[in-house]
Ligand binder design. Sequence first.
Ligand code: NDP
Length: 288
Amino acid sequence: MDIMPRNYKAELTGVFGQPVAENPTGVMQEAAFAACGLNWRYLTVEVPSEQLADAFRGVRAMGMRGINLTIPHKVAVIPLLDGISQEARIIGAVNTVVRRDGALIGENTDGKGFLRGVQQDAGVDPRGKRVAILGAGGAARAIATELLLAGVAELHVLNRGIERGLEMVSDLERNTGARVRFGPWTNTYVVPSDMDILVNATSIGLYPDVHAIPDVSLAAAKGDLLVCDAVFNPPVTRLLALAKDRGMPTLDGLSMLVYQGVIGFEMWTGLKAPEAVMKEALRAALAE
Ligand code: NDP
């Protein structure tokens, strides 16, 4: 009788962050690994800032296939890498590390995930569109970069903190060659009638502050303005509910979260990701 050799060795991926316990990415990645019959694991690991370099040495030592970075490591990880993609360099942050020929390369899939949601779930091609983004943090930078690379016609950035907003705009202009407008967000932002897409990339409305809503007016906006929210918990924020009441199309933050994971899965494994499985796993986890 032939004895089949067994392979008990798992391939490792995961996320480093602090806090990290409520990060639901592992649920969808492990569902995807199982659906594809892969003996891969996704470890959700709490790593304090002062231990990041040691933890990263662990990634190398254990031959991990890849790692996600979340708060507060997305910028701090950059000097520890062997290389960085053009998009991640422009954004100035890395959320996904991929092992390629033994080298650890930094990528950023947040903006790509948002873009895929706009194209696939909302059915909108951003090329030539006018877009307003609320916020100037990591999510806003990632979304703005990918929208500019995708060829939007106009980008307006609104942020409460003027210095941070201006810095983001000047980084975007310098790195993409596009012209970006900045507006200090001190009064209600009345979305103009020629705007095609509005994105909330602030944390306003994020659990537990579910009743908070960005200070915007949709009264002058056109009826088919696509209203998007990066906030994924709750999936239907008050901003999205307001847009739905007006019959406007919407895109929730779950879409961005799923697709950034889908793109990460494909970068790590080289396989087509089981998108429906990942979406369902995430929805179920967040509904618990
Ligand atoms: P940052 O902390 O880097 O940035 C937060 C932004 O929100 C800043 O522009 C800040 O403005 C603004 N902001 C926060 N509170 C207020 C307020 N009360 N009024 C006006 N502006 C405010 O966070 P991130 O960019 O990393 O994340 C932003 C959101 O995107 C979070 O909700 C996060 O969960 C979500 N996200 C979703 C992802 C997904 O896949 N769906 C992926 C990544 C993030 P200021 O500069 O003035 O402080």
